[in-house]
Design a protein around this ligand. Structure first.
Ligand code: FAD
Length: 442
């Protein structure tokens, strides 16, 4: 009887899971293992809760196949090797990842596998195209600009989907281990984790919204994007299966967004310090250190309603609409002049979909230190608000203090007649910002 361990990390699903499929192909007995890593535990209560929900769901799904999810806690490398040795496993499989932390973990695991004469196999699975497989024609380790990457990504042959197991057997004597009690998150309206919830969301999205995506994805009150990002982040959904399904529906605008996700993965693979080091150091200008302004931004109390609505959606749901992410991030970096790293950290704490490649890649894009071909572009929040929330519905949804203001007037409460303005329990635009803010008055 041969045994393989599959170390699950951000691929918490049965569908199209190449590392799991390879373990099933390599051995008669398979140990699906998740190691709760104390180093990552405190980063984001929202994501920790989502992770635990996803693990509970995966355990149920594996049990239906006759297997189980084996849960351990501690250093992932030590625990994986211990599990492999206890079960006499000859192979460990794992989805290759790109962040600095994940790659150090992979290297340490490779070293230990070598020492213990266990085969280690790294597989695809976190993206549509494997990071590093598409290279720019003129040389270089990764594409720096999106459009040529998208062209090459679209033309590439995608790998075949991995078959989901229909049966799974654990080696005798393995104790699965308990999942700790479900931890509390911070956002009252965060979505639920797991492959089952992901498939529910996907079905609804395919039935109602995918056809209109191209026209509606920037419409803030319409809320017409897929909201699948947390499931992609944790691998509750296969990005490859999703891209294939979307392509079969001719939803190329949506497929293109999935390509953005892959784009930042291939950037992060080459730039493991993407969260702290600017891709274009020359643009990493003298940022202002204004704790007061930063806290107003974090609390959704800048006095600019569209910015505050986005920041409050983030806290309420652990998710924010992409258009609002652009507006709030540009406001922090280009209007308040505050370092993009502060924004990275705040989003990283709250976002269910928060990950290094997409969070840091997009922050750098917005701040002008990254892969934007027009790094000096500014987003005027009022113009953005009038264009993408023309009736003010999105703002009133998240900023209840402004509920009584009808229509687009809600975007500029400082323009209301004095008596109405005085009655509002809502701040005026930030002091530190007001002098420069000619745009607030025109
Ligand atoms: P949809 O519009 O339905 O798009 C489908 C999928 O495409 C998304 O789920 C996502 O996986 C991918 N996608 C869409 N837009 C982008 C993009 N600009 N960059 C990369 N992938 C994209 N996305 C994350 O997944 N994690 C993050 O930590 C993250 N941080 C961000 C920070 C900032 C400052 C900005 C401007 C954007 C960030 N994004 C991040 C990208 C984007 O905002 C989210 O992916 C999107 O809002 C998720 O909602 P959705 O699933 O409804 O997207």
């Amino acid at each position: 009887m041969s045994t393989a361990v599959v170390l699950l990390t951000r691929d918490l699903r049965l569908d199209d899971n190449p590392a799991l499929a390879a373990a099933c192909a390599a051995a008669d007995r398979v140990v699906p293992l998740y190691v709760l890593d104390p180093t990552l535990a405190g980063l984001s209560p929202n994501r920790t809760r989502f992770l635990h929900q996803s693990l509970a769901d995966l355990r149920d799904r594996l049990r239906k196949l006759g297997g189980d999810l084996v849960v351990r806690e501690g250093d992932p490398v030590a625990e994986t090797i211990r599990t492999a040795r206890d079960t006499c496993a000859t192979t460990i499989t794992l989805a290759a990842d790109v962040s600095g932390y994940a790659r150090r973990r992979e290297r340490r695991l490779a070293h230990e596998c070598d020492r213990h004469r266990i085969a280690l196999e790294l597989h695809a699975g976190l993206t549509v195209a494997e990071p590093g497989t598409l290279r720019p024609g003129g040389g270089g380790d990764c594409y720096k600009v999106f459009t040529p990457y998208y062209r090459s990504w679209s033309a590439a042959r995608w790998r075949p989907a991995a078959t989901a197991p229909d049966r799974l057997t654990l080696p005798d004597g393995v104790t699965p281990g308990d999942l700790p009690a479900l931890p509390a998150g911070e956002s009252p309206h965060a979505c639920e984790g797991g492959e089952t919830a992901a498939r529910r969301r996907l079905t609804a999205w395919l039935r109602h919204d995918i056809e209109g995506y191209d026209d509606a994805h920037d419409d803030l009150p319409g809320d017409a994007t897929s909201r699948l990002s947390p499931y992609l982040r944790w691998g509750c959904l296969s990005p490859l299966s999703l891209a294939r399904t979307a392509r079969s529906r001719d939803a190329e605008a949506f497929v293109r967004q999935l390509c953005w996700r892959d784009f930042y993965y291939q950037v992060a693979r080459v730039h493991p310090k993407l969260s702290t080091e600017a891709l274009r150091p020359a643009a990493d200008r003298d940022w202002r250190y204004d704790t007061d302004a930063l806290e107003h931004w974090q609390d959704g109390l800048t006095g600019v309603p569209i910015v505050d609505a986005g920041m409050r959606q983030l806290r309420d749901e652990g998710w924010m609409h992409n258009r609002a992410r652009l507006i709030t991030a540009a406001f922090l970096t280009k209007h308040l002049g505050i370092d993009w790293r502060s924004g990275v950290a705040w989003f990283f704490r709250w976002l269910l979909d928060g990950d290094v490649p997409n969070n840091s890649g997009n922050w750098q894009w917005t701040a002008g230190t990254g892969n934007d071909t027009r790094p000096y572009r500014r987003f005027n929040p009022i113009r953005q608000a009038l264009r993408f929330d023309p009736e003010g519905v999105y703002v009133r949804r998240y900023v209840p203090e402004l509920k009584g203001i009808d229509g687009a007037a809600v975007h500029q409460p400082w323009r209301l007649p004095e008596p109405e303005r005085r009655g509002l329990d809502y701040p005026g635009p930030l002091e530190s910002h007001r002098d420069e803010a000619v745009w607030l008055r025109d």
